[in-house]
Design a protein around this ligand. Structure first.
Ligand code: NAD
Length: 253
């Protein structure tokens, strides 16, 4: 059966695990060649290996999304390796720790904003520069339900994800006529290494988070992956500038 992205090339940041790995695998399942990128080398190479073992094509490129030169090189090497860049999933991010707004440290604030917000902007900047000269493309940024509503004790994370949504809308308007679609996905709580780290600190977290999603459970990375790949596919040709909650009904409450 033909995939919805046959012949396309997709780039995934934060592709070493969790939502990024699941999405890299789904891009490949739909026929795309995939560049997997992350700070974590071994786990990133493992994502590429898993794609190869399933019959797809993938390469890992180590990149720190906060470094402009590295992001520019990532886009350049993607095009060098596979000849084009059609789909980009800007997904690398960190949780940033829990503290009230009045107690949050400046250091932590700077780190969260640098990775979650500046990192997404840098990726978009170089992806857009390439796509502009090459017939357009589709970009999806990972925001969060925390980009749509507030969460106690996560001031920097919430601000960064609201920022990602604002950036997404702005770029969507700027490049709509250039055939570059830009959307954001807003996951609810998803079972990933990020979630598992929280679980180590508080074993009751799963029960609590399951209870706040109307469907009564947390989500799986594959449930985000399918939404991202759909947003990048021709089936979503009239969809741009949107923030798509994939959250078991969380923000409907
Ligand atoms: P994760 O920790 O497994 O994945 C994040 C990845 O980003 C990691 O592989 C990490 O190495 C990478 N990364 C961190 N800093 C980086 C940098 N400077 N440069 C390059 N890569 C870097 O967690 P995940 O849950 O899969 O998170 C993926 C995205 O989904 C994040 O943006 C996160 O904020 C978002 N998100 C997660 C949830 C959830 O419940 N898990 C919910 C909503 C949104």
């Amino acid at each position: 059966m033909a995939g919805t992205l046959d012949g396309r090339v997709a780039l995934v940041t934060g592709g070493s695990g969790g939502i990024g790995r699941a999405t890299a695998l789904e891009f490949a399942r739909q026929g795309a060649k995939v560049v997997v990128s992350d700070l974590l080398v071994e786990a990133g190479q493992e994502t590429a290996r898993l794609i190869g073992a399933a019959g797809g094509q993938a390469t890992f490129i180590k990149t720190d999304v906060t470094q402009a030169a590295e992001v520019q090189a990532l886009v350049g090497q993607t095009v060098e390796t596979y000849g084009r860049l059609d789909c980009a999933f800007n997904n690398a991010g960190i949780e940033g720790g829990m503290a009230k707004t009045g107690d949050y440290t400046e250091e932590r604030w700077a780190q969260v904003i640098r990775i979650n917000l500046k990192g997404v902007w840098l990726c978009m900047k170089y992806e857009i520069q390439h796509m502009l000269g090459h017939g357009g493309g589709a970009i999806v940024n990972t925001a969060s339900v925390a980009g749509l509503v507030g969460f106690r004790y996560g001031p920097a994370y919430v601000a960064s994800k609201h920022g990602v949504n604002g950036l997404t809308k702005t770029a969507a308007l700027e490049y709509a006529k250039a055939d570059i679609r830009v959307n954001a996905v807003c996951p609810g709580v998803i079972r990933t290494p990020m979630f598992e780290r929280g679980l180590q600190k508080n074993p009751h977290l799963e029960e609590r988070f399951a209870g706040v999603h109307p469907v009564g459970r947390i989500g799986q990375p594959e449930e985000i992956a399918r939404a991202v790949v759909w947003l990048c596919s021709p089936a979503a040709s009239f969809v741009t500038g949107t923030q798509l909650p994939v959250d078991g009904g969380f923000v409907a409450q």
